[in-house]
Design a protein around this ligand. Structure first.
Ligand SMILES: [Mg+2]
Length: 290
């Protein structure tokens, strides 16, 4: 938030000029837009787009995770999934979200015509080169060099598209995005919501599916639902109740031992299931996590 002092007689002319310029910028940011204005860019988007602090937080998460890799490989009793058991002899895997965790969509967030719709993000992804989140590539190379498989679990949905017979044209766009960001992977390591009948937006279903064949040593996401079940306002099986700000905070503290220790949260102040829980995002779709 802006906190500005009123210019005083004692303030040198140079500072008064800076004050007036700052006030003009603040007024511009705060003004109402009209149809002819460029899209409003809110503080969260500005921060991801411009702030060194955003990059530092992303690097901090990925570099801390890189330091933890060997420890979790060596401890065969370790799983980042609290309910996973008897996984000692399974191949090792990491589960990562895609949007704002692996690739950054900040330029989409800054420019798309509100309200959000999945097909808008899909079209933008198809037309624009994906950008890796800072630190992601270096971490992924290190993990793969240690024979860790990376599974990408995204809530980009499979949806029919006019002119396409493919039941999930978004999957090839997503694989192409990962390739553009420097990640070569395949269809078996990427899952979209609705890709199978029981794979809805509640990601715990897909995490549990991966846990049948792999010991999951780390989770990466930008949304609480990338880590725990029942963090979303729109409950899906096995969840039965809508999440609230209070229930989401409780889930976070109930799992406090995992943060920075197998679970790595990436910074995203732009969108997510938190916005639905506090209902502060006019025009936002319910649980706008992807
Ligand atoms: Mg995401």
């Amino acid at each position: 938030m802006y906190e500005m002092r009123t210019p005083t007689k004692a303030m040198p002319a140079r500072l008064v000029a800076v004050y007036l310029l700052s006030a003009s910028v603040a007024a511009l940011i705060g003004c109402d837009s009209t149809d002819s204005d460029p899209p409003a860019v809110d503080g969260g988007i500005q921060w991801v787009r411009s702030a060194a602090e955003y990059k530092a937080l992303s690097l901090q998460a990925y570099q801390a995770a890189a330091e933890d890799l060997q420890k979790f490989l060596d401890d065969k009793s370790w799983s980042a999934l609290p309910d996973q058991e008897n996984a000692e002899d399974l191949p090792v895997a990491i589960i990562a979200d895609i949007d704002e965790t692996t690739v950054s969509n900040v330029e989409f967030q800054a420019t798309f015509a509100r309200p959000f719709a999945n097909h808008k993000l899909d079209s933008w992804n198809a037309a624009n080169k994906a950008t890796p989140v800072p630190g992601m590539l270096e971490f992924t190379r290190k993990a793969r060099a240690l024979d860790v498989e990376v599974f990408y679990v995204t809530n980009r949905p499979c949806e029919p598209k006019r002119g396409s017979d493919d039941p999930c044209p978004q999957k090839s766009v997503t694989l192409q995005d990962l390739r553009e960001a420097g990640i070569e992977t395949d269809a078996t390591h990427v899952s979209l919501s609705n890709e199978r009948p029981d794979w809805d937006r509640e990601k715990v279903v897909r995490r549990n599916h991966i846990a049948k064949t792999h010991r999951v040593i780390m989770l990466f996401g930008d949304d609480l639902s990338d880590f725990v079940a029942c963090a979303r306002v729109s409950p899906k099986k096995p969840c039965t109740e809508a999440a609230s700000t209070a229930s989401r905070n409780k889930l976070t503290y109930d799992h406090s031992d995992y943060w920075g220790e197998g679970w790595y949260m990436m910074p995203n102040p732009m969108h997510g299931s938190w916005t639905s829980a506090v209902a502060i995002a006019p025009g936002a779709s319910a649980d706008a996590d992807h």
